[in-house]
Design a protein around this ligand. Structure first.
Ligand code: HEM
Length: 380
């Protein structure tokens, strides 16, 4: 009897023990199940994610020290990506996004809000526009510089996930401190152009970059490109981005404690060249975006177009193109670019495209085009 009980007990113990070896504990089991479920939703592609919704505005909206102990500037490491945007370069070099320059749209939006107090809807609009054109929609990663393996496996061509540096999608001609792509390098800091930035600030702003300087320099950079770049193009996405970028140094690079909206040249050099907050830098006193853009445009109104027939000084207006006054043309142009990159998406890629297009539209409509009806090229 005792022997029978003993055998029964040992059998029970053995069964329990071997079961617990096969299934170490319930928490592991649940976790494994969750991963398997997530994988089946993302098609099992490494690094694939279901695109999350963008972050909302932050709770605290005032100025604060952003060059703080938690965000020290660090020099570049091999393989770190940096590109044409001095704002995003600076955020990466201070660790507001990953220092390697690769991040998700949500991380970028959080970073521009936190580090520069960029207004939520503008941050959503601009970031998703960049992501749709230059990011990896399966892994939800975008490079602020060139193409890198860190954004994950290549998307099906003609999509490229090439990062901010790709010319003709977001990045465009007549930048303030970056040369036109025609001249070879469209994304690195260009000292000659920065000297012009300083010269114009001396001539029109008493040594500071302000709205008057912004208007004069924007127009001069357009004239430079007309005169020297046979492939010069300035329309659709490039139109509002160029004018917005002309006011960004005033809205974002001026210390939030200062009353006067004018940027000194040491701070300008620090952001544009060194990708570094000036010492003790405080972000804008309130959430801000493209304020001043209309004043800059009004100083030298300009129509969208480009040089044609491969010749300089051959600027022709394109009456069908988008500019600041035709937001719905701009919206259609952006959708056409996306459709060109993703003619036949399937599975997770298609689902993420639908989500990202909707996030993009929510920012775009709030900033530029409330009257433009949302479109769903890949369904809803
Ligand atoms: C919100 C996400 C942002 C994205 C996706 C983005 C992307 C870009 C890209 C692709 C360019 C190159 C365009 C060109 O050809 O000139 C650019 C330029 C620029 N960005 Fe950003 N940017 C963002 C936020 C910011 C912020 C927060 C600032 C300021 C703090 C900023 C300041 C600038 C400036 C001043 C330029 C023009 C550089 C020049 O012309 O020399 N950007 N940005």
């Amino acid at each position: 009897m005792i022997a029978t009980q003993f055998v029964l007990l040992t059998t029970l113990l053995f069964t329990f023990y071997s079961a617990s070896l096969a299934f170490p504990n319930i928490a592991d089991l649940v976790k494994r199940q969750e991963v398997e479920e997530a994988n089946s939703r993302t098609g099992g592609i490494p690094g694939a994610v279901n695109a999350p919704p963008p972050p909302g505005p932050p709770r605290f909206k005032g100025t604060k020290l952003v060059h703080d102990r938690a965000h020290p500037w660090k020099p570049l490491k091999r393989g770190d990506e940096r590109g044409p945007c001095p704002g995003m370069n600076t955020l990466a070099s201070h660790g507001y996004i990953s220092r390697d320059g690769v991040a998700s749209p949500s991380e970028m939006i959080t970073a521009v809000q936190e580090g520069f107090n960029m207004e939520n809807k503008l941050a959503i609009f601009v970031t998703y526009m960049a992501h749709l054109m230059n990011g990896n929609l399966v892994t939800d990663k975008l490079s602020i510089g060139g193409k890198t393996k860190k954004t994950g496996p290549n998307p099906p061509a003609p999509a490229h996930a090439g990062g901010f540096n790709v010319h003709g999608t977001f990045e465009g001609d007549a930048g303030m401190t970056r040369a036109d792509a025609f001249f070879g390098d469209n994304h690195s800091f260009n000292q000659t152009l920065f000297d012009k930035f300083v010269d114009f600030s001396n001539r029109y702003g008493d040594g500071f970059y302000n709205l008057t300087v912004a208007g004069e320099l924007r127009f001069q950079r357009l004239q430079d490109s007309i005169a020297t770049n046979p492939e010069f193009s300035f329309k659709n996405v490039r139109f509002p981005t160029a004018y917005a970028e002309s006011v960004f140094p005033i809205n974002f690079f001026v210390d939030g404690r200062k009353k006067e909206k004018k940027l000194d040249m040491d701070s300008a050099r620090s952001f544009f060249k060194d990708m570094r907050f000036p010492p003790d830098f405080f972000r804008s006193a309130m959430p801000i975006g493209s304020e001043g853009i209309n004043e800059v445009f009004a100083m030298h109104p300009f129509l969208p177009g480009g040089n044609v027939d491969g010749k300089v000084n051959n600027f022709v207006v394109d009456p069908t193109a988008g500019d600041l006054t035709k937001p719905c043309v701009l919206y259609d142009d952006i959708l056409n670019t996306v459709k060109g990159l993703y003619p036949n998406p399937t599975g997770l890629l298609r689902r993420n495209l639908i989500k990202n297009l909707h996030h993009f539209y929510s920012g775009f409509a709030a900033i530029l085009g409330e009257e433009c009806v949302e479109k769903f090229p890949y369904g809803q």
